[in-house]
Ligand binder design. Sequence first.
Ligand code: NAP
Length: 435
Amino acid sequence: MPTYKVAIVGAGPAGYFTAQAFQKAQSENLLFSIDMIERLPTPWGLVRSGVAPDHPKIKTVSKVFEKIAKEERFRLFANVELGKDISLKDLREQYDAVVLATGAARGRKLGIAGEDLTNSLSAADFVPWYNSHPDYVQTEVDLSCDTAVVIGAGNVAMDVARILAIDPVELDPTDVADHALVKLKESKIRTVIICGRRGPEHAAFTAPELRDLPKLENTDVYIDEKQIADAIERVELLGEVEKDLKNNIEAMKLIAEHSKKGVARKLEIKFLSAPLQIKGDQKVEEVVFAINKVENGKVVPTGEKFSIKAGLVITAIGYDSVEYSGVKIENGRIENIAGHVEHNVYTTGWAKRGPTGVIGTNKSDSNDVVDLIIENLKDPKESEGITALLKSGHEVIDQLGWEKINASEVISGEIAGKPRVKEVDWKRLISLGRS
Ligand code: NAP
């Protein structure tokens, strides 16, 4: 019975859904032995280091990942870095197919003056900081100002703004990083302003996330009613309106009209505000915006400007894939045609399509890539797989090792009244996972 060896690089949602697609495609005449390779000592990718701590429901997908990992012929090789511990060339030779599910970890830049001032940072550095990613514990963020500006009108901007704007005691029962919780409790920030460069009808937020905002207990959320009324007028002129857009606009209208509690913590969403410059002497002090308008369906500058005095700026304007030896990046993604990179190398998830879609989007994406791989399979290779590639003595965290880390974090969480307390130190993670 032919058994094909496949290597999946990246243990995030796209990687796991690829493994699941291989598992589901198996039959009496077709088996897959799956090696999942992960740079960090822990799997789950953005479900661990991206999803907001106050959104635990989204993280329950990890149960699906653990089920996939329990299937026969699935092995985890965490703490193994492509380009450092193993090369793509070697993987290609040892495996029948290699799938790069390496995501998009680098935050896009605005390219405006002042972007590199102290306390101007990317969500790509801020989100993993509050989510205990071992590489981002040292992210420097100063929360001693009154006002923070978040640039971008997508769900990452909303996550970041919410984390900054809510009363940090609401994060006590979550798995937010301890180091972040301490800083958030000392935070002087009381006003967080999300700025989108286009109109409400163009926002990339999704309705369920918007609908959660008025439910915040200790934060008032503001959207200018006029901006929403104007957007509704423009949208009505379009005739038939997509369901997602209709839901989004309705959710924003509710926020705009929702009665305010009169509390000190404020989260505002401003539209048609395009960042022009971040001003400050060494450190962020003010953000200057061009005021845009929508004219004949197009977003154009009005020629007017305004500015916000703020001590912290976080840009959440999308991500690019990180380059590593052997892959070409084009427009922030691994260069590919429908997931095919070259020879027996494929890509999926954000590395393939860019940073779009929710976790579930990776499922259909990975199914398509696996179908393509199966179409292109030749005779299975006779090879040793990853064991032939790693230097002797390299400490791999395998599934059992990860389960030890997981159990230890969950037990620490039980004591602290949280779902888990994530270990942030790379060396301690390895020692916890030592099998
Ligand atoms: P996104 O949804 O693509 O939003 C990016 C935002 O940045 C857009 O509003 C975009 O505006 C803006 N932007 C881009 N370049 C800009 C510039 N130069 N100046 C000002 N604004 C700029 O990206 P994301 O928020 O990073 O989210 C990535 C994906 O993860 C999305 O699919 C998102 O839904 C998903 N996600 C989901 C959840 C959840 O389900 N709870 C949570 C987090 C993330 P334009 O539209 O004008 O380009």
